[in-house]
Write a protein that binds this ligand. Structure first.
Ligand code: CAA
Length: 321
C-alpha cells in the first residue's frame, strides 16, 4: 500500500528538451520518436558525417510513420518533426538546456562513464540522464556521476526499428528516484511507446530472453530451455539445420516477424557479440547463469575477422550486396 500511495503522489517532471547522444540506428530512432512527439531534440555525435547519416535515416522513416499517423497531411507531419530536431558535435553545449539526456552510443562502459561524468558537470541540476544500453547495468554506467545525479539516472531501452517497435524498457537502479522513474515512464508514453518497468539486471526483460534465443547453447533440462527453446547459432555450428531453414521455421512455425539470423543482420551481429562479452563479467559476479555467456566461434569470427556485421556492412549471415 505504501508503495502504491507513493507511486500515486509522485508527479513526473515537465520535459520539453531532450538531448540524444549517438546518431546511429538507435540514436536516430529515439530522436525521431521524440521529435514526432513535439519535444525539442538535439542529436549529438562526434562528427558531421555521423549526424548526416542519422538525419538521412530519419528522413527515410518519417514519411512511413506519417502515412499511418497523419495520412491527410504527410508533408506537414514530416516538416513539424524535422523542425524539432537540431544537431551538434559540441557535446557539452548540447546539454546546457536539456531536461532529459539519452545516451545511445556504442556498448563500451568506459566511454559511457566518461561521457556521463563530463555531462554531469555542465547539465542543469534537474536534468535526468538515461542510457539506452542493451547489455550493461545502468548502475555501472552511472558509477562516475555525482550522488545527486544518481537519483536522476535511469535506463530507457528502445528496440530497433525504434519508430515501429512500441516497447521501451524503463530501468530503475537502487538510486533512481520516484520522480525520475515516473518522468522517464511519461516521456516514453508521450513518445508513443509502451513503457514497462524493468529492474537493473543484465538484459532487463527482452534481451535476457532474446539473446539466449539467438545464440545460447541451452541444454535440455536447464531452466533456460523454457525461455530460450532455440539455440540458433549453435544449431548451425553443429550442422543441425541451415540458416535459411531456421529462419523459415521460426517465422512460419512460431510467428516471429523475422528469423533469428535475419534479426542478427538487422540489428548488427556485433551488437549481440558485445552483449555476450559484457555478460561474461556479469556471470562472474553471479548475476546471470555462467552457461549463458559461452562464446560462439562463428560469431567471434564474423565480428573480429570477417567484419560481416549484417545489413550495415552489406553482409552478415546473408548477402545484401
Ligand atoms: N520506420 C518507419 N516505418 C517502418 C520502418 C522504419 N524504420 N521499418 C518498417 N516500417 C514500416 C513499414 O513502412 C511498413 O508499414 P506498412 O505496414 O504501413 O506498409 C511496416 O513497418 C512493415 O514493414 P515492411 O513491410 O518493410 O517489412 P516487415 O513487415 O518485415 O516489418 C519489421 C519490418 C517491423 C522490422 C519486422 O520485420 C520486425 O518486427 N522485425 C523484428 C524486429 C525486432 O525484433 N526488433 C528488436 C530487435 S532487439 C533490439 O532492438 C534490442 C537490442 O537491445 C539490440
Amino acid at each position: 500500500l505504501a508503495t502504491t500511495q507513493r507511486h500515486l503522489t509522485t508527479a513526473p517532471r515537465d520535459v520539453q528538451r531532450i538531448t540524444v547522444f549517438g546518431a546511429g540506428l538507435m540514436g536516430s530512432g529515439i530522436v525521431q520518436v521524440a521529435a514526432q512527439a513535439g519535444y525539442k531534440v538535439t542529436m549529438v555525435d562526434t562528427n558531421e558525417k555521423a549526424l548526416e547519416n542519422g538525419l538521412s535515416i530519419i528522413a527515410k522513416s518519417l514519411p512511413r510513420v506519417a502515412k499511418k499517423q497523419s495520412p491527410d497531411d504527410i508533408d506537414g507531419f514530416v516538416a513539424r518533426a524535422k523542425s524539432n530536431i537540431a544537431t551538434t558535435t559540441d557535446r557539452l553545449k548540447a546539454v546546457e538546456n536539456a531536461d532529459v539526456v539519452i545516451e545511445a552510443v556504442i556498448e563500451n562502459l568506459q566511454l559511457k562513464q566518461e561521457l556521463f561524468s563530463a555531462l554531469d558537470q555542465v547539465a542543469p541540476p534537474h536534468a535526468i540522464f538515461a542510457s539506452n544500453t542493451s547489455s550493461m547495468l545502468v548502475t555501472d554506467i552511472a558509477a562516475t556521476v555525482s550522488e545527486d545525479r544518481k537519483t536522476k539516472f535511469g535506463g530507457m531501452h528502445f528496440f530497433n526499428p525504434v519508430p515501429v517497435m512500441k516497447l521501451v524498457e524503463v530501468v530503475r537502479t537502487e538510486k533512481t528516484s520516484d520522480e525520475t522513474f515516473e518522468t522517464l515512464m511519461q516521456v516514453g508514453r508521450r513518445m508513443g511507446r509502451v513503457p514497462v518497468k524493468a529492474k537493473d539486471k543484465p538484459g532487463f526483460i527482452v534481451n535476457r530472453l532474446l539473446v539466449p534465443y539467438k545464440r545460447k547453447p541451452a541444454p535440455f533440462g536447464t531452466p533456460c530451455t523454457h525461455t530460450a527453446p532455440v539455440e540458433a547459432v549453435r544449431m548451425v555450428e553443429r550442422g543441425d539445420a541451415t540458416i535459411e531453414d531456421i529462419d523459415t521455421a521460426m517465422k512460419l512455425g512460431a510467428s516471429y516477424p523475422m528469423g533469428p539470423f535475419e534479426l542478427f543482420d538487422y540489428t548488427g551481429v556485433d551488437i549481440t557479440q558485445y552483449v555476450s562479452e559484457a555478460w561474461e563479467g556479469y556471470a562472474k559476479r553471479g548475476l546471470i547463469p555462467a552457461d549463458l555467456v559461452k562464446q560462439s566461434p562463428m560469431l567471434r569470427k564474423m565480428v573480429y575477422e570477417d567484419k560481416t556485421l549484417g545489413k550495415k556492412t552489406g553482409r552478415g549471415f546473408y548477402d545484401y550486396s
